[in-house]
Design a protein. Sequence first.
Length: 229
Amino acid sequence: MNKIGIIFAMKEELDELLNIVNLIDKINIYDLTIYKCILNNKELYLVESGVGKVNAARTTQILIDNIKVDYIINIGVAGSVNNDVNVLDIVIADKLVQHDFDITSFDHEKGYIPNVGIYINTDEYLLNKCINTDINTNKHVGVIASGDIFCQDKNMSNKIGNKFNALCVEMEGASIAQVCHLCNIPFIVIRSISDSPNTNDNNKITYEEFLTKSCKIVANYLKDIINNM
């Protein structure tokens, strides 16, 4: 039976998936609670990493080392940085970038990580499963950009979108991608759009308004993906 690690930044995101799976055990490792669940004969290991790249990377390595997962899936919410991507749309990453990684002083492009590159591609099998699973909302495939900042500034969001041809921005996905890449673990990152700096003067208000709804959308979408695996 395949073991699938599913990482969430926040409890709100995790709780929505817990509502639709069968919980069979709780595993405590360090300060993390990992929920062992079953869905369609798949073992799922759900865990709240906390916000930010370090928390997400640490949690990814814990799942790989201690649970021996076969796949990592990161789901949650994000902010759009593309005018064609709207609140409550779904974005599936075909590749990810750390928009705040900067060693341009050494003649590298913004986002370039030594021995990794600028972009990290997601797993082709998981990507195809996501693309071929129906969902009752708009679905986009493209670049997700990650950085340790909640992006509220329109100029910054436009800069990230234009520089990396990104569809949305969040705070965990690319660090999970880097750990999985280095450990040869297949992964995918999926986001439901909860806010957009380009369409609202205060995207924090939009984020709070649509957080729960966005979490429900992406949780149900993931359920269908897993059922098709």
